[in-house]
Design a protein around this ligand. Structure first.
Ligand code: HEC
Length: 312
C-alpha cells in the first residue's frame, strides 16, 4: 500500500508546482479556505474598545465578535487604513491594503500541519528589516483566553507597543489583557506579579505563536513561543516550516507534534481553537503587517472554519 501511494503523492506535489514542499501531506486532497488579511495601521485593542474611536465598541463589549461585523470587508478596511494619516501616521508609499491567503489544515497520528499560500503582490521595500523579505505568523488559543476567542490577534495588539501611539519602548512586545492590572484607554496598566503570571500560564492562559522568516530561494527559519505578559520564544522549539516561492506566490507549510510540551497547546478533538494569521511583506517589521480576523479550527469534527482531518 505505502509503496504504491508514494509515487502518486510525489506526482501531485509536482503538479501543484511547489515541489520543494514536504511530502508528509498531499495538499491537493485537502480543502482550503481563502481569507483576507488587512493592514490594521494603529488600530489597537484600546481603540477598538472605545466607542468614540470605533462605532463597534459597545456591541463588541455586549458580545458581538469582530468577524460578525467585519468579515467580507477586510479588503476595504485595509485599503482605508493603509493610507489614512489619522490612523497611520507613517504610511508606506504604494503599500497594498490587504493580502489574500489560502489556508489548509491537516494532521496525521502525531502531527499538525498548517499550510499558508499567498501572493504578496507588488510590495514596496520598506527597508525596516533588510535581512528578511517576508514573515508569516500563526497565533492561536484553545479556548482558555476569552479575548483571543472574541478578537483574535487584537487581543495581543496594544496602544503602548513599539511603534504604536503610546509606545515609548521600542522593545515592547505583544501581551494579553489578562497579564495586566488597571489597563485603560492608554493600554498598559501594571504587569501582574510573577506568581500570578505563572498561575495563568500553568492554566494555559497564553496564546501560542509560530513565525517563519522567508527569503526566496532560502530555507525558512522558524521560531515558536507564547504571548502572555510579553512575547516570549520557547526555549525548546517544536515547529518546523518548509517554504517555497514560485510565480509570485509563497507556499509555507508549518508542522509540529500534536502534543509538543511546555509552551505549546495540546492539539486534539473536542476543543475549539481560535487562530489568527499575520504576514509581514516587503521587508517590514513590528506593526507594519497584515492580519486576519479571528478564525477557528477543530480536530476531526465540530463547527469551525477549518476541520483538521487526517489526509486521505
Ligand atoms: C457591531 C459591529 C462591530 C463590531 C463587533 C466590531 N466592529 Fe470594527 N467597525 C465597525 C464599524 C461600523 C466601523 C466603521 C466606523 C468606525 O470606524 O467606527 C468599524 C471600524 C473598524 C476599523 C477601522 C477600519 C474600517 O473599516 O473602518 C477596524 C480596524 C475595526 N473596526 C476593527 C474591529 C475589531 C478588531 C473588532 C473586534 C475586537 C471590531 N472591529 C468589532 C463595526 C464593528
Amino acid at each position: 500500500m505505502t509503496s504504491a501511494k508514494l509515487p502518486l503523492i510525489a506526482l501531485a506535489a509536482a503538479l501543484t508546482g511547489f515541489s520543494g514542499e514536504s511530502l508528509a501531506v498531499d495538499w491537493s486532497k485537502v480543502q482550503g479556505k481563502d481569507i483576507t488579511l488587512l493592514y490594521p495601521a494603529q488600530m489597537s485593542w484600546e481603540l477598538v474598545l472605545t466607542q468614540a474611536e470605533h462605532s463597534g465598541a459597545s456591541k463588541f463589549r455586549e458580545g458581538k465578535d469582530c468577524r460578525q461585523c467585519h468579515e467580507g470587508d477586510e479588503d476595504s478596511s485595509g485599503n482605508l487604513m493603509v493610507g489614512d494619516k489619522s490612523i497611520e501616521p507613517t504610511p508606506i508609499a504604494d503599500k497594498p491594503g490587504f493580502v489574500k491567503a489560502n489556508i489548509k489544515f491537516s494532521r496525521d497520528d502525531a502531527n499538525l500541519f498548517v499550510r499558508v499560500e499567498f501572493a504578496p503582490g507588488k510590495q514596496p521595500d520598506a527597508k525596516m528589516d533588510p535581512k528578511v523579505d517576508t514573515r508569516v505568523a500563526v497565533m492561536f488559543d484553545d479556548g482558555k483566553v476569552t479575548e483571543v476567542a472574541r478578537g483574535g490577534c487584537w487581543a495581543a495588539c496594544h496602544i503602548d507597543l513599539a511603534k504604536m501611539p503610546k509606545g515609548t519602548d521600542d522593545g515592547a512586545t505583544m501581551y494579553l489583557p489578562k497579564s495586566r492590572n488597571g489597563m485603560t484607554r492608554e493600554g498598559g496598566g501594571v504587569v501582574k506579579p510573577a506568581d500570578e503570571i505563572a498561575n495563568i500560564r500553568a492554566e494555559g492562559g497564553y496564546a501560542e505563536y509560530w513565525e517563519a522568516s522567508l527569503n526566496p530561494g532560502a530555507p525558512a527559519a522558524v521560531v515558536d513561543g507564547t504571548i502572555l505578559d510579553k512575547r516570549q520564544e520557547n526555549a525548546a522549539h517544536a515547529v518546523t516550516a518548509n517554504a517555497v516561492f514560485e510565480n509570485g506566490k509563497w507556499a509555507v507549510e508549518f508542522s509540529r507534534k500534536l502534543a509538543a510540551g511546555e509552551g505549546h497547546k495540546d492539539i486534539g478533538p473536542g476543543k475549539l481553537y481560535t487562530v489568527g494569521f499575520a504576514i509581514h511583506a516587503g521587508h517590514t517589521n513590528k506593526r507594519f503587517h497584515y492580519v486576519s480576523l479571528e478564525k477557528t479550527f477543530a480536530v476531526d469534527s465540530g463547527k469551525a472554519d477549518f476541520i483538521v482531518k487526517k489526509s486521505p
